[in-house]
Design a protein around this ligand. Structure first.
Ligand code: DGL
Length: 280
């Protein structure tokens, strides 16, 4: 059933993540498209999503999307691989036609999968991501559609998001887990020449990941590709572009304490912000 409470007035672009990780994507999006208005929502009270079941990730993500729609967004980016892997398809195919068939929800996996074809020479790549994203095999499926000759090896990194969410990403303890997962991945497939960091939190561990990854292997973060893909999407869909406001503002919402969000978000974004608390 269509939700009559949803307005047709243009609104900001919604950006959603389980917590802080989506800020690494927002940062790149804003670098490429500073003119739009953005509404960021981090479900920090229920993060991390990476170890949760399909049903729970879907339910939480749908709640977030509906909230962003009710706050005026016509387009929502799931800046979270776990939500993109576990909830995006069902929301696009099952929920959007009922909520409002003119609204859109886009994920981060497809733009990343698209980009990999021109990066790998050996045609062997690695994906490092949360247990949920790896178990879903979404990267393998998306890459097989576009680049069937590429062999994809997934590596689950259950300790990386907790290290980042607890601001331990630069500590000595983090080195152990960074080395451990990289070594596991490269011993599974030594021919890998490109690694996708398939979790929007992981750019914070980039320096350590680079340090323990052999120099001939490229380490790819997603923000730039997701931002580029969004820009192309808006160019190809002038109808959606016209339903998106351009005031250059960003509003931040969190389901946890705004003070901790503001403190930690500054690290992810490289600037100070102010946040508001909402309950989903
Ligand atoms: N940032 C999310 C992702 O890209 C995962 C974080 C979490 O486990 O909640 O997968």
């Amino acid at each position: 059933m269509l939700n009559k409470n949803l307005t047709t007035t243009p609104g900001p672009i919604g950006v959603f993540d389980s917590g802080y990780g989506g800020l690494t994507v927002l940062r790149q999006i804003q670098q490429q498209m500073p003119e739009y208005d953005y509404l960021y929502l981090g479900d920090n009270a229920r993060a991390p999503y990476g170890t949760r079941s399909y049903e729970v990730v879907y339910e939480f993500t749908l709640q977030a999307v509906q909230r962003l729609f009710s706050m005026g967004c016509h387009l929502v980016i799931l800046a979270c691989n776990t939500a993109s892997a576990k909830a995006l398809r069902t929301i696009q195919q099952h929920d959007l036609p009922q909520i409002d068939p003119t609204r859109r929800v886009l994920g981060v996996i497809r733009p990343t999968a698209e980009s990999i074809g021109s990066i790998t020479q050996t045609r062997h790549i690695g994906i490092m991501a949360t247990p949920g994203t790896i178990r879903s095999h979404t990267y393998e499926l998306e890459i097989a559609k576009m680049h069937p000759d590429i062999k994809v090896t997934g590596q689950s990194c259950p300790m990386w998001v907790p290290l980042i969410e607890n601001m331990e990403y630069a500590s000595e303890g983090a080195d152990y887990f960074v080395r451990k997962y990289i070594n596991q991945l490269l011993s599974t497939d030594p021919d890998i020449d490109a690694i996708i960091l398939g979790c929007t939190h992981y750019p914070l561990l980039y320096d350590k990941i680079r340090q323990y990854t052999p120099a001939h292997i490229q380490v790819i973060t997603q923000g730039e590709y997701v931002a580029g893909s969004l820009r192309t999407y808006l160019q190809r869909h002038p109808d959606m572009d016209s339903r998106t406001t351009r005031g250059g503002t960003t509003r931040f919402l969190t389901t946890e304490y705004p003070n901790s969000f503001e403190e930690n978000a500054a690290v992810f974004l490289g600037r100070n912000i102010s946040a508001e608390r909402i309950i989903l």
